[in-house]
Design a protein around this ligand. Structure first.
Ligand code: ATP
Ligand code: MG
Ligand code: MG
Ligand code: MG
Length: 480
């Protein structure tokens, strides 16, 4: 079943059951605490938090998402994309646990001839929060799931909150056992690649107080209106229904992967098994390329452009990672002019605006690759020499010089050094950076003339240089 059809059936199922279908919000989040929408519930937050009266009691959507938190998993697990689509159904004070569980179960087990997904019910597992006896009982008594396939899990996996006082509640996740070729037996607690999570049902029913972080906080009481927030990974369901080994092999990414393999002269899959653990490094790289090229297309399509900070820096880093992965595969010519049109062709049927806007999108992407090729040309000579002579780690002075003179971001230096088994003195690098910043500030102070001078702000911005990738990770919390 094609991904577009998985999506269509989802929306049809919920629309027929009283849900209003809402369009996806753009990837850049309106929420100031979030760079990108990272879950289907994000655009519905004002309704879920009770700040705005919802115009409808139930909704369904297929939301474009970005999770930079998952970037290092891409290609290594079978199930994490930086860009993905989250299908969700929502109840704003309307139905609750039992109906949410039934709605999900019906869609996934209903025969394909009947408009469902036709998953084998015998292979489905469910998790519930430790003391959520209500959800446990629904799975066992209403759905008829054997107790052996209902697992109680703790707060880290099965309790949702936003990390601050406000609504919270237990969740229940659905997993599919893909069989022994994909990993070890024993359920989701043993192997989350063999047992692939495909749907998370969040039951917002309590109010939490202040506490420390996401797991340690008091429950103040019940919410006046209980909500449902669910997220089903569209690519994960497509993976299961297309009988492929991972997310990067479904119809919306495989053509990009194949084109990349052709360029690099590799035969994808030749040296890998089905499971994540049995992946050849070249295949992991091809998956990264396929994922990142698609992600870049979707980001630029939604108005993000390469920059040294914020969203633009995420895009820049993703484009650069794709280009570098191709280099590690032995391909040194420009990559994006070959692969971006392939990504457009697979995504445009669902997002026609990508085709209409492709000239703008591609000119940003190709321009960024050209600039990066220049950076690499200049910086690589210095970096290679330094790495050849470094003993156990690359010194701060070299990392600083690379940054200062050649525009080599520190994370790129760390990545390249890491590939050669070397660490980088990042703490020392930061020291040199703040010294430089202090000097620049002192200079600027000396020159300051007393009236508002945007040039000064400009200078500070330039001196701060590329912002840290990691700084953005802390802005993100998994919302569903
Ligand atoms: P996992 O444990 O596999 O990382 P998760 O628990 O972080 O997933 P949720 O936050 O519950 O995921 O998101 C809801 C659903 O969205 C998941 O059940 C999954 O189907 C899908 N999903 C989450 N992260 C990704 C991703 N990086 N790529 C593709 N699909 C994802
Ligand atoms: Mg996750
Ligand atoms: Mg999970
Ligand atoms: Mg989950």
């Amino acid at each position: 079943m094609r991904t577009a059809e998985v999506k269509r059936r989802f929306l049809e199922h919920f629309e027929q059951r009283g849900h209003t279908v809402a369009a996806s919000a753009p990837l850049p989040a309106e929420d100031p605490n979030l760079l990108f929408v990272n879950a289907g519930m994000v655009p519905f937050k004002p309704y879920l938090l009770g700040q705005v009266t919802p115009p409808y009691p139930r909704a369904a959507s297929v939301q474009k998402c970005i999770r930079t938190l998952d970037i290092d998993e891409v290609g290594k697990t079978t199930r994490h994309g930086t860009f993905f689509q989250m299908n969700g159904n929502f109840s704003f004070g309307d139905y609750f646990k039992e109906e949410a569980i039934r709605l999900a179960w019906d869609l996934v087990t209903k025969a394909q001839d009947d408009g469902g997904y036709g998953l084998d019910a015998e292979r489905i597992w469910a998790t519930v929060y430790l003391d959520d006896d209500e959800a446990y009982g629904i799975w066992r008594d209403v759905i008829g799931l054997p107790e052996a396939r209902i697992v109680r899990r703790g707060k880290a996996d099965n309790f949702w909150s936003m990390g601050v006082p406000g609504p919270c509640g237990p969740c229940s996740e659905l997993y599919y056992d893909r069989g022994p070729a994909y990993g070890r037996e024993g359920g989701p607690e043993v192997d989350e690649d063999r047992y692939m999570e495909f749907w998370n049902l969040v039951f917002m029913q309590y109010e939490r107080g202040e506490g420390s972080g996401k797991e340690d906080f008091p429950i103040l009481g019940d919410l006046p209106a209980r909500n449902i927030d669910t997220g089903m990974g569209l690519e994960r369901m497509a993976t299961l229904l297309q009988g492929v080994d991972n997310l990067y092999e479904i119809d919306e990414t495989r053509p990009i992967l194949d084109a990349a393999a052709r360029l690099a002269g590799k035969r994808y899959g030749e040296h890998s098994g089905h499971s994540a653990a049995e992946s050849h490094p070249d295949d992991v790289r091809l998956r990264v390329v396929a994922d990142h090229v698609r992600t870049a297309l979707m980001l630029i399509g939604d108005g993000v452009t390469p920059a040294n900070e914020g969203r633009g820096y995420v895009l820049r880093r993703i484009l650069r990672r794709a280009v570098r992965a191709m280099r590690l595969l032995g391909y040194e010519d420009p990559v994006l002019p070959e692969l971006l049109p392939v990504a457009r062709d697979v995504m445009a049927p669902s997002y026609p605006e990508l085709a209409a806007d492709f000239e703008r999108i591609s000119s940003y992407a190709y321009g960024e690759e050209e600039a990066f090729r220049g950076t690499l040309r200049q910086g690589s000579v210095i970096l290679d020499q330094a790495l050849d002579t470094a003993e156990d780690r690359l010194g701060a002075a070299t990392a600083f010089q690379l940054h200062d003179t050649y525009g080599f971001p520190i994370d790129l230096t760390v990545e390249i050094a890491g590939e050669r088994g070397l660490a980088v003195d990042v703490a020392g690098f930061r020291e040199l950076m703040s010294e430089q910043r202090r000097r620049a500030k002192a200079d600027a102070q000396a020159k300051k003339s007393g009236h508002a001078d945007t040039g000064l702000f400009r200078a500070v911005l330039d001196e701060s240089g590329p912002t840290d990738w990691l700084a953005y990770e802390t802005l993100e919390t998994d919302s569903t």
